[in-house]
Design a protein around this ligand. Structure first.
Ligand code: UDP
Length: 237
């Protein structure tokens, strides 16, 4: 079976790297994610990743504890760089070529984000990991994922989560909650469904980039998604 998507933007939350820990990074989990990514790179898929930082620091929590919000957000962005470098290490240990590109310059450890360079890396088969979010406080890495997807002409955003897709109620609280197979951007926005934040959904809508929400902890799901198998929930026009 052929590939449905040639260039994908994978959004990994910081929590995805945390596994069952309460904080930080579970290296076993990171290794298994890296393996899943390496499987699709081997198929010739161009993979760009935006990684969050919620397993380490969230700006909004810092602000709630009395910090200046913008300062807290910059700390959150720097936290995402730790995750990006961890993922890079795991991928490279598995023989995958990668580059970390950060929206806040830290040239000793990563390249600065330059759009055309990111595209060039992808064309050469390198996995590009975007660190430091969008570089702007008051944004999220979900919004960064939508922004970078549009910038690099990704065909789809993969939103990897801990649940199987988007439900009409919280499946952890209501066992009879029903999972949607597909949704329109407008429905998600109008009903305030928690797929990604509204800025991210609006950006994907404006640029016609579908979002596939699926469970990262089911082995093989990233591959199924690139092959166009119907998993999770797809959000589109
Ligand atoms: N952040 C930011 N601007 C961005 C992206 C992220 O200020 O463009 C900060 C923000 O404080 C956020 C933190 O980085 O709380 C970590 O990102 P996020 O919460 O999106 O991570 P995730 O929930 O995906 O783990």
């Amino acid at each position: 079976m052929g590939l449905t998507y040639q260039r994908v933007l994978l959004k990994l939350s910081g929590e995805a790297l945390m596994g069952d820990l309460a904080y930080g990074i579970d290296s076993k989990v990171v290794q298994s994610i890296a393996q899943e990514i390496s499987d699709i790179v081997a198929e010739g898929v161009e993979v760009a990743i935006v990684v969050g930082g919620g397993n380490i620091f969230r700006g909004i929590s810092g602000a709630a504890a009395g910090m200046d919000r913008a300062t807290a957000d910059y700390i959150g962005m720097i936290a995402t760089v730790m995750n990006a470098m961890t993922l890079q290490d795991a991928l490279e240990q598995g023989g995958v070529q990668t580059r970390v590109l950060t929206a806040i310059e830290m040239q000793e450890v990563a390249e600065p984000y330059i759009r055309r360079r990111a595209i060039r890396h992808l064309e050469k088969g390198r996995v590009v990991i975007f660190g430091a979010g969008s570089g702007n406080p008051f944004f999220t890495t979900d919004t960064t994922a939508a922004l970078r997807a549009a910038e690099i002409n990704a065909e789809v955003v993969f939103k990897a989560t801990k649940v199987d897709g988007v439900y009409d109620a919280d499946p952890k609280l209501k066992p009879d909650a029903r999972q949607y197979q597909s949704l329109t951007y407008s429905y998600v926005l109008n009903n305030d469904l928690r797929v990604m934040d509204t800025t991210a959904i609006a950006l994907c809508k404006d640029n016609n980039i579908p979002i596939i929400v699926f469970n990262l902890s089911v082995a093989g799901n990233i591959r199924r998604a690139v092959m166009g198998e119907s998993i999770g929930t797809i959000v589109g026009g």
